[in-house]
Design a protein around this ligand. Structure first.
Ligand code: GEK
Length: 243
């Protein structure tokens, strides 16, 4: 499938409104996320590898904030255990409409349930794997503890949470260095300075990044016994948390 190029922020916009996962974004999303998140494809592939190691027969793997289902498809094609269901959740009907079309043409063998809901409202039960791939950052900071506690409680002992996030840095020099490096990455992917700055305005107050230590401490306080970064590329990181 050829990607539709993301040009949503290419022309000057008089007043940039808050970023929404609507049909305009959905049409260009696959291109947008690859050119905006350094290491995105590597993370997607590795989610399948990690899921294959942790997925157990007759358990559930959750992909929360699944968008077009990239992590779900990676798990679906790499989990070798039989009878392991994947539940993919997003609250954008436009995203899920597109994802279901892809699923119709996909030949993976694991069962996939696609659920349109707020991930804070979805019960997590009998989980061996939970994926939050660049989704927690869109949840209100004050809701994050209870939400992660629910995930911890729904995971079986020995289960894994894969949490990928844009990071913030306490040290201001580090924050500006990593932000600059990310912008250079986006420029190398063909985005102009105008696109980068208009997108940043749209995401302000929508995407709230935290430091690795904030994530680690919260995950440990809900009960995860081990929390480590397995991948980082500038200010984008992926964490594995073990129950
Ligand atoms: C990927 N994981 O390609 N409930 C449900 N969905 C939500 C909520 C919520 N409260 N808030 C945001 N979303 C994907 C990429 S994108 C990341 C995830 C990005 C959904 C939102 O609709 C969008 O589809 C997704 O979370 C975030 O591996 O665009 O930077």
């Amino acid at each position: 499938m050829s990607l539709i190029k993301d040009t949503l922020f290419a022309s000057p916009i008089e007043s940039v409104s808050s970023f929404k996962f609507d049909s305009a974004v959905v049409n260009v999303f696959a291109d947008m996320i690859q050119r905006s998140v350094p290491g995105y494809q590597t993370i997607i592939y590795a989610i399948g590898l990690v899921a294959d190691r942790y997925a157990k027969e007759h358990t559930v793997c959750y992909d929360l904030g699944c968008s077009l289902g990239a992590a779900t498809l990676s798990m679906r094609h790499q989990i070798s255990t039989q009878h392991c269901k994947i539940i993919a959740v997003d609250n954008s009907p436009d995203m899920l409409r597109q994802f279901k079309k892809t699923l119709d043409e996909d030949d993976g063998h694991q069962e996939v349930d696609v659920v349109c809901a707020d991930i804070r409202d979805v019960p997590i039960k009998n989980a061996s794997v939970v994926v939050l791939n660049f989704t927690l950052q869109f949840i209100l900071v004050e809701d994050r503890y209870d939400f992660l506690q629910k995930i911890y409680q729904g995971l079986m002992p020995g289960g894994v949470l894969i949490l990928s996030e844009k990071l913030r840095f306490e040290d201001q020099r580090q924050q500006s260095l990593q932000t600059d490096l990310h912008h250079l990455f986006k420029k190398s992917q063909g985005y102009s300075d105008l696109e980068i700055s208009q997108k940043r305005s749209a995401l302000e107050n929508v995407l709230i990044a935290e430091t690795f230590v904030e994530h680690q401490q919260r995950l440990q306080s809900v009960g995860f016994s081990s929390v480590e970064v397995w991948f980082q590329y500038f200010n984008f990181a992926s964490i594995v948390a073990l129950k």
